[in-house]
Design a protein around this ligand. Sequence first.
Ligand SMILES: [Mg+2]
Length: 411
Amino acid sequence: MKKIIVHIDMDAFFASVEQALNPLLKGKPVFVSGNTARDSVIAACSYEAKKYGVKSGMSVYEGLNLCPNAVIVKGNPERYIDTSKRIFNILQTFTEKVELYSIDEGFLEITLDDDSYENLEKLGLSIKKAIYEETSLTCSAGISCNKTVAKIASDLCKPDGIMIVKEEQIPEFMENLPVEKVPGIGPRMAESLTLMGIEFCGQVRKIPVSLFKKKFGIKGEEIWYLCQGFGDTSVTVQSPQPKSFGHSYTLMEDTDDIDLLLSVLCRLSHQVGMRMRQEDYCGNVIVLTLRYSDFTSFTKRKTYPFWFNDDQTIFRNASSIMIEECFKKIRLIGVSVLGIQRKYQMSIFRNEKREKMLKAMDSINKIYGRDTIFPCLMLYEKMKYNPVKKTHAFMFGELKKISTLIPEQPV
Ligand SMILES: [Mg+2]
């Protein structure tokens, strides 16, 4: 019995999904972007575009300079999530130990009686075939005894490839591998290594690990081992995804004071947003529930074409529903976000400025205690029920200025 790790990475995922859906895009250089403006960023490009040197992360403008006849397609996150889920379901038919690493790649942990090269190849090909039959998309498969080497292998055999590196082949496999190919070594670290005269993983082995630790700290030690081809030998199976995030509140007395109702809704939206960010999820559906003084209820559900986990978006949209319905005294307010997805799946279409601000706000509350900083609309409720002598409320806009003071990682 032998435990192996398979890394499956879809080829040019977003662009391939678009090409599979639209025959007119097949065989053409395609850029997928958040929007079609020239200053927006290329989230993914097809292999036909890669041939011209286009890479994801470039601006559309740069991309068009290299490949002027490219077709620019506005990304459809919903479509990609749906395809990703279908792929994940297929992977789960091979083993229940599947780790979804990002929207288009995952690790499988499989135990085999026969781990001969032929048998591993058969396994890899059957996974690739199953994905292709379901989605018309190709992927690359890396197979080894740990996640690090499996991921490097799938990258080296792109597109539509399969590469097997057995445990005994790892030292030879790593020997001439450029250090920047190792997951965990970013461009900056690769640059530092180049300055030390290190280009290939094989060179790292000849340097004592203590020297790496002295120069780069704990990260240095980790890198030293990664360059020898060490890595996790088991996958992390995600806990089931929650269906919704919500909070509700029964008011101390029934009221039609719209300022108070908005203030309470603002707090609930803040609580929902904070929890979603803590657990790294976002959603695209808002459900607002109101219970009136006569115990009748109102519930409205609205779906949006974008994903969010920030307080202001939740509040703004929920309040626009609520304002229409405040025609009699209200007893309870509830707000939930549904359509939940892991946040990293949406990360290429994000609003970075806004994320920075929220990160700053969450860091302050984590370091200095809950409600150290909060949207100022929440003040109305606080003052009414629980007068606060000294409060540190900032307008959402002003948060931006102090975000620069906040460390990346709270200590
Ligand atoms: Mg990929």
